[in-house]
Design a protein around this ligand. Structure first.
Ligand SMILES: Cc1cc2nc3c(=O)[nH]c(=O)nc-3n(C[C@H](O)[C@H](O)[C@H](O)COP(=O)(O)OP(=O)(O)OC[C@H]3O[C@@H](n4cnc5c(N)ncnc54)[C@H](O)[C@@H]3O)c2cc1C
Length: 433
């Protein structure tokens, strides 16, 4: 029988980091966030705000107080004229995208997935692609934070600029972000064009591709010869790739989306990964097969649906920002290293051209490429949902783990030991994803 996950344990999506927080809190207001921080200080505990657990590192792990912000979501204010939108920090990028679309707005750029929380994505410098577009942190107008003493401060380029510069990509170290005001743009569509191209050709043309397209990235199967080049363009852009007969490619029908993204990119790829794990010696051949099977597609859709892809095959990855001019050497080195690896690599490394995340983070003025290198085994599964599942059942309260695995819940503002004990439901029942 499969063992149930321990309800006290936090795990990240990639299953590379775990932690057992001394206390769980699910605040539903800024006052509750502030009270949880003050109470933690009185108890001599550190505090970590939790996002969706999608960092590959232990950035959100804590043995102190885990502040689950999944009950602190939604848009607080939106000005459709200026595009300034204030959002609570626990809102996922997906929920934000849907709400913005209803207002005729969108985020100018997004990464590859949208299940992260706004604050989690910002705090780690999450970026998309595009030589002319910055990462998410460049879209911030102002931030509101709860500091270590429980006080609430607002910062922006003109108010507390030093705090603003550091907290935009603060890794949760400078306080708990409660709300973020983002500079949004009118909603827009993107034309996606994806096609296999020999790796050498992509490397030769990468600068030209980055200059001619709004967004460009490629990934290559380490043992194959082909790369898949993905270009996304606003229809009016000079680099837009017209469909057949020069027309704008149509939206992808729902059945085809399911076929392409769920069956081919997740179910079929997951099967290849499982095969590779069971028989590592087959990985190079499986990889060459996947590389040869790459096909072209082009479609048009709302930006927030084109930027992101469902990722159900778990993987780990390290990403490096290198000067654009070094990209060819870096990839050549990687290709030479692949045959010498003790453990063959299944997942294709990705490379994108992007601007630095913020002016405050190095490198400051160079065009960079960001090769993302798989660093561990791939497996299949859904998003980590245990902390959310647990929190959903503990209300706006703090839950203290006890050595025997039972737990006590107390209101976030009064974590006194005298509160009524409340047990955490056993894990293993349906976990929403
Ligand atoms: C499948 C996959 C695809 C990805 N694609 C991309 C990509 O295309 N581009 C890219 O750049 N990255 C990408 N990432 C990385 C991902 O965007 C980041 O790891 C991001 O931090 C995840 O957000 P989260 O909400 O899960 O945060 P978590 O991992 O839960 O937390 C990250 C950090 O943010 C802090 N934090 C969270 N909330 C707050 C708050 N309210 N106040 C202060 N600090 C807070 C945490 O304490 C922690 O230090 C990807 C990751 C995965 C697993």
């Amino acid at each position: 029988m499969k063992a149930s996950p321990d309800p006290r344990v936090w795990r990240n999506w990639a299953r590379t980091a775990t932690a057992t927080p001394a206390r769980w809190c699910l605040p539903r207001s800024e006052a509750e966030i502030s009270a949880a921080v003050k109470d933690a200080a009185l108890a001599g505990l550190t505090v970590r705000a939790l996002g969706s657990g999608h960092s590959f590192t232990a950035a959100a792990a804590t043995s102190g107080v885990a502040l689950d912000l999944s009950g602190w979501t939604g848009i607080v204010a939106a000005d459709t004229r200026t595009g300034l939108v204030t959002v609570r920090s626990g809102t996922t990028l997906r929920a934000l995208g849907a709400e913005l679309a209803g207002l005729g707005l969108a985020l100018a750029n997004l990464g590859d997935i949208d299940v992260q929380t706004v604050a989690g994505a910002l705090s780690t410098g999450t970026h998309g692609t595009g030589a002319r577009l910055g990462g998410l942190a460049t879209q911030i107008e102002s931030l509101e934070l709860v500091l270590a003493d429980g006080s609430v401060v607002t910062c922006s380029a003109s108010s507390r600029p030093e705090l603003f510069g550091a907290a935009r990509i603060g890794l949760g170290a400078l306080g708990v972000i409660t709300t973020v005001t983002l500079r949004c743009v009118p909603s827009f569509t993107l034309q996606a064009d994806e096609r296999p191209v020999p790796v050498e050709e992509v490397l030769e043309q990468f600068d030209a591709l980055a200059a001619a397209n709004d967004h460009v990235e490629f990934y290559w199967f380490p043992y194959g010869r082909q790369a898949l080049v993905k270009r996304n363009n606003r229809p009016a852009s000079s680099g837009a790739v017209p469909g057949a007969a020069g027309s704008v490619p149509p939206a992808m029908p729902r059945w085809r989306r399911f076929w392409e993204f769920e069956l081919m990119e997740n179910a079929a790829f997951g099967t290849l990964c499982r095969l590779g794990r069971a028989r590592p010696r087959l990985i190079p051949a499986l990889n060459r097969f996947a590389s040869a099977a790459l096909s072209s597609r082009s479609y048009t859709d709302a930006s927030h649906r084109v930027f992101v892809t469902p990722r159900r095959v778990r993987f780990t990855e390290s990403e490096y920002a290198v000067p654009r001019e070094s990209l060819g050497h870096v990839i050549a080195e990687l290709r030479r290293a692949v045959p010498r690896l003790a453990d063959p690599v299944t997942r294709p490394p990705t490379t994108s051209g992007s601007r630095p995340p913020t002016a405050a983070s190095p490198p400051t003025s160079r065009s960079t490429s960001t090769p993302g290198c798989p660093t561990g085994r791939t497996s299949t599964g859904s998003s980590p949902s245990w902390p959310r599942w647990q929190a959903a059942r503990t209300g706006g309260r703090c839950t203290r783990s006890t050595p025997d695995g039972s737990a006590r819940s107390t209101p976030a503002s009064t974590t006194s030991a005298g509160s009524a004990p409340r047990s955490i439901p056993k894990a293993g029942s349906a976990i929403p994803t």
